[in-house]
Ligand binder design. Structure first.
Ligand code: SF4
Length: 97
């Protein structure tokens, strides 16, 4: 009876360790694939298209766009890339790294 309780505890602890290791592995993978957005304020004309497309990432300050988050959370990568593609001034660059 004691032995089976001990085995049960060891298995439970081992399962928790494996679970923690899998979470650590996921966060490392996400950190490796981080995306950054950069605005060239010399090129920016302040049209606000990027803000319309991705307001969580871009804002207007002093009549030019700025990036509010660096690096970007994974959930905002698609809208930042879309905003970069729609910027007619070519002022937004997205960089993986
Ligand atoms: S879309 Fe381009 S030009 Fe327009 S505000 Fe954003 S960065 Fe500036």
């Amino acid at each position: 009876m004691r032995l089976s309780r001990r085995r049960f505890l060891v298995r439970g602890i081992w399962s928790m360790c494996l679970l923690l290791l899998s979470f650590c592995g996921q966060s490392v993978t996400q950190a490796e694939g981080q995306l950054r957005a950069v605005v060239d304020r010399e090129k920016c004309n302040g049209c606000e298209t990027c803000v319309d497309i991705c307001p969580e990432v871009f804002a207007i300050e002093d009549e030019r766009a700025v990036v509010k988050l660096d690096p970007l959370p994974a959930r905002l990568k698609d809208c930042a890339v879309e905003a970069a593609g729609e910027c007619m001034a070519g002022a937004i660059t997205t960089v993986e790294g």
